[in-house]
Design a protein around this ligand. Structure first.
Ligand SMILES: *Cc1c(COP(=O)(O)O)cnc(C)c1O
Length: 566
């Protein structure tokens, strides 16, 4: 549903889209035979405005697809509510480090043949109501499969449904399997098996509300009663719901969660299914600051081709790590000055926190006890905090969260400067994850499926300070790659305990280390790169998808002829 291609193509809202973009960038680096499909989102994912109290309002993004994308000829159609909806595609070409490409096709219904309403189907990412969303998912899933065929991409194709938004692709594949037969004819297990051979599915959220589902009446109205009946006979419905995850699970031969802990949670949610784990990553070159790119180019020349070599960061002199970080931090502070007019001090330990503003991420956890924070700053060492993040337009609590950060900022005044930057996007994400001294993350367990911004920080030698959830359970080596907030994940969640632990570690471990032992700190930076940068990247991740999910029998590699094996 969303792919983060570049800052000027606003077709993503957050981590899901960034991950999709990073996946494609690494697939291109590896020369993997892959194409990607998404929607065009002509109105993008809104421009964020914050007033003096931090109240968010939104306006559409003004961008011109024709300036960034190449228009393609083929047209396909999908049936929605008994009408024929025409769909075109635009191409964005992702080029890998060795020149291989992965094309991305962005589907668009803004064609004069369509009714004004249908022309708007591909306008707004996560906008509108359930009906609008289902129309989008019909275009994405069913239109997507049709477009592949129209583009001549056919035959032995593995369809990777990245999240349930694309699940209706399975319906299109089932219909294709049954082409030429009467629709009343029974759906056999052989039909289902034929679809399953072609489908791989990744689930991305441990929050039940994060899984799209639509009432059966709505599905029948938009898809037609016959198609919904077909899904019922294929046992792909969830009672009276068209549940996109249930649909994908029924038709996928391989299913995975996006981190080990997320695998456990997903298995509890869907106990009748086998769910594997492939832990997320980030695209190393995209998320490494200019200064660190230059450092790695000098010290680890092949790192762009093979991210595994980031392991050799262990040999980089600490002085050079410190210099590269200082340069990245200067870039961030310059950006804070330019965007917010606030002058931050480069000598002060700077905490970064940027992600979608939604309640479970608890952006205000660090302000649980403002007096204690002020006191700590005075007694142990100064801090400053840089925030960014958009709240979904309908997420009132997410919006209030931003206002609470503004309130805390006012209360703290000059004792601890807090800056909130508008319009968190790929550019800002890169600047903040590389320029902060500590990357803070405080999700309520177990709601963070993976999280990836801490991986970007690690690429740049920035240690994470995070609750043990998602990827950090795998990436945290206490005092070596960063620090955990709240030690024992077996204990029942007590949010107030997390805040206490956060303060305790800041005061007794992190601030004293930052100001007292700068070279010990630089060792942490180096460990973050060598241990976590070398692993939590999408090159390793795509490799796992290829080996475990797409081609488990090694069929991507053409087998050597018998004689050649000799
Ligand atoms: C990396 C990134 C995210 C995802 O970060 P999380 O830590 O997973 O929340 C979201 N938005 C942008 C712009 C990013 O760059």
């Amino acid at each position: 549903m969303e792919i983060a291609l570049e800052t000027a193509v606003p077709t993503y809202s957050g981590g899901l889209g960034v991950l999709a973009g990073d996946t494609i960038r690494s697939a291109a680096d590896l020369g993997a035979p892959m194409v990607a499909l998404t929607l065009l989102h002509r109105k993008g994912y809104f421009v964020q405005h914050l007033d003096q109290s931090g109240r968010q309002t939104e306006t559409p993004v003004d961008w011109r697809p024709e300036e960034k994308l190449e228009a393609l000829q083929p047209r396909v159609t999908v049936e929605i509510e008994g009408r024929t909806v025409h769909v075109r595609a635009w191409q964005y070409t992702v080029r890998g480090v060795s020149g291989a490409i992965v094309p991305v096709y962005l589907l668009d219904t803004a064609l004069p043949e369509n009714t004004p309403d249908d022309q708007r189907i591909t306008d707004t990412l996560y906008g509108g109501d359930a009906e609008y969303r289902l129309r989008q998912e019909i275009v994405l899933g069913i239109g997507g499969v049709a477009m592949l065929r129209a583009l001549g991409i056919d035959g032995d194709v593995v369809h990777h449904l990245n999240e349930g938004h694309a699940s209706l692709a399975t319906l299109a594949l089932l219909e294709r399997q049954r082409e030429g037969r009467q629709w009343e004819q029974e759906v056999s297990e052989a039909d289902v098996a034929a679809v399953r051979r072609q489908v791989v599915f990744t689930t991305h959220t441990p929050v039940p509300a994060g899984h799209d589902k639509f009432p059966i009446d709505l599905a029948s109205r938009l898809l037609g009663a016959e198609r919904v009946d077909l899904l019922r006979r294929a046992q792909a419905l969830d009672g009276d719901w068209l549940h996109m995850t249930v649909l994908a699970l029924r038709f996928a031969r391989y299913v995975n969660a996006v981190a080990m802990r997320h695998q456990e949670v997903s298995r509890e949610m869907f106990p009748q299914h086998e769910i594997e784990a492939i832990t997320n990553g980030v695209h190393a070159v995209t998320w490494t600051s200019r200064a660190f790119q230059e450092l790695f180019d000098r010290q680890i020349p092949r790192w762009r081709h093979n991210n595994l070599y980031l392991r050799y960061a262990v040999k980089i002199p600490l002085e050079e790590i410190r210099d590269a970080h200082a340069a990245s931090k200067a870039v961030m502070l310059g950006e804070v000055k330019r965007r917010a007019g606030v002058e931050l001090d480069p000598k002060v330990m700077t905490i970064g926190f940027a992600r979608r503003s939604t309640p479970y991420k608890r952006a205000d956890l660090i302000f649980t006890d403002v007096d204690r924070l002020r006191e700590m700053t005075r007694r142990v060492g100064p801090m400053q905090i840089v925030y960014a993040g958009k709240a979904h337009p309908h997420d009132e609590f997410g919006k209030q969260l931003i206002q609470r950060i503004y309130e805390a900022s006012t209360k703290l005044g000059d004792a601890l400067k807090v800056v909130y930057l508008e319009n968190y996007d790929m550019t800002l994400g890169g600047i903040l994850t590389s320029g902060s001294d500590v990357w803070l993350n405080t999700p309520l367990r177990p709601l963070e499926a993976s999280g990836t911004s801490g991986m970007k920080a690690a690429m740049n030698g920035v240690p994470s300070f995070s609750t043990l959830d998602g990827w950090w359970i795998e990436g945290c080596v206490e005092g070596v790659t960063g620090w955990a907030i709240g030690e024992d994940r077996a204990l029942p969640q007590d949010p107030s305990h997390d805040a206490v632990d956060l303060y305790r570690k800041l005061e007794q471990v992190i601030l004293p280390l930052y100001y007292g032992l700068p070279y010990r700190w630089a060792e942490l930076s180096r460990n973050a790169i060598a241990l976590n940068g070398s692993f939590f990247n999408t090159q390793r991740m795509v490799g796992e998808y290829i080996q475990n999910a797409y081609f488990p029998n090694g069929t991507m590699v053409r087998p050597l002829a018998k004689e050649a094996v000799g």
